[in-house]
Design a protein around this ligand. Structure first.
Ligand code: WQD
Length: 338
């Protein structure tokens, strides 16, 4: 019997890639997404890629009644919760919007799950919860530092709420993403940032496409091998597959209360300048960039210790940084043709 997975935020970048992998593993998928930070482009991409049209409801996860209706219409076996705002800079301008959306929707969703006795839950968390770790690479038992932004605070609060409910008949896994990049190799799915991208890779591809005039490296005077910040850039398809591995692992757990937390990264740190060079090499393109001042809120370096996830979920990233940057560029060229 096929299991039905509710994916909130399934019309978004990571959500849509995860939906495609779930369908490939023979799950039935139901998507809820309020389309506040994306449109239906990736829903069409999912259909073209998988030849399947998952049920879709354009609703807000803070809307108890609408969510309740979805649970009435579908026999949900597990939930993967992506729906949240994630722009660090924006969160400092709109803290209340971020808390209401990210924390409020989690609480609403967990309440509806409780009403329908749905126990299995996977949460989209972030390496942001670590702040600037004392030890690199960072392990899951690293201390949670003071959040650098309201966005990071919402992820920490949500993880605490999940910890608290797993003592009451909920089984949950929190996945702490590092830096998701790239696009599906088919170029049917990818990132669609609204307005000026905050993140490095879409800024690189838009500069290469001539959409942005100037790529700026935010800080080249950090205490790192080339002066620019270090991050752990993980291909979005590898990240999506980590969700499918986590779901299978969670569904196997017989205990009625269960909590586990995994870093999802490559385990390798790359500097901003190294990413730019890798993009140029992977796509035979020369990029121009300026060296600008540091961006407030940036941590100097963070990348994952992936021992735990590879041991417990038998998951390892398959794509390289160059693969991700090639796929990102293929996607950028495709959306520019639209
Ligand atoms: C990476 C590096 C920038 C743009 C964010 C979220 C995090 C997670 C991943 C959700 C930094 C530098 C960037 C540019 C640059 N999202 N940069 N020029 O900030 O590491 O993480 O996305 O979970 O929560 O915080 O990603 O891509 O913004 O920055 O030099 O035009 O690239 O300073 O060093 P970040 P990013």
């Amino acid at each position: 019997m096929k299991k039905t997975i509710l994916v909130t935020g399934g019309a978004g970048y990571i959500g849509a890639h995860t939906v495609a992998e779930l369908i490939a593993q023979n799950y039935d998928v139901v998507i809820v997404d309020n389309l506040s930070v994306c449109d239906e482009t990736l829903l069409l991409g999912i259909e073209l890629l998988t030849k399947t049209k998952p049920s879709f409801y354009p609703i807000d996860c803070n809307d108890y009644k609408s969510l309740q209706n979805v649970f009435k219409l579908h026999n949900i076996d597990a939930v993967i919760h992506f729906a949240a705002f994630k722009a660090v800079g924006e969160s400092t301008q709109k803290p209340l919007v971020y808390h209401y959306n990210n924390v409020g929707s989690l609480i609403t969703l967990l309440r509806v799950m409780e009403e329908f006795n749905v126990k299995d839950f996977i949460f989209s968390s972030s390496c942001t919860v670590y702040g600037q770790p004392d030890t690199i690479p960072v392990t899951e038992d690293a201390p949670i530092k003071k959040a650098e932004s309201p966005y990071g605070a919402t992820k920490q609060i949500c993880e605490q709420i999940i910890k608290d409910v797993t003592s009451q008949n909920v089984k949950a896994i929190s996945l702490r993403y590092f830096n998701p990049i790239g696009a599906h190799p088919s170029a049917e799915l990818g990132e669609l940032p609204i307005g000026t991208p905050n993140n490095l890779v879409p800024f690189i591809t838009q500069t290469a496409a001539g959409v942005r005039q100037q790529l700026t490296v935010f800080g080249t005077d950090y205490p790192t091998r080339d002066g620019s910040c270090i991050r752990d850039y993980i291909h979005v398809v590898d990240l999506a597959k980590a969700h499918v591995a986590a779901l299978a692992y969670l569904l196997e757990q017989s205990s009625s209360t269960f909590l586990d937390i995994f870093n999802v990264g490559t385990g390798e740190g790359k500097t901003v300048l190294e990413v730019i060079e890798a993009f140029e090499r992977a796509n035979q393109i020369t990029l121009t960039y300026t060296k600008g001042p540091r961006r407030p809120g940036d941590v100097i370096q963070v990348y994952a210790d992936t021992t735990y996830i590879s041991k417990k979920l038998n998951w390892k990233p398959e794509y390289t940084l160059e693969d991700a940057l090639q796929h990102a560029w293929q996607w950028e060229k495709k959306i520019r043709k639209r």
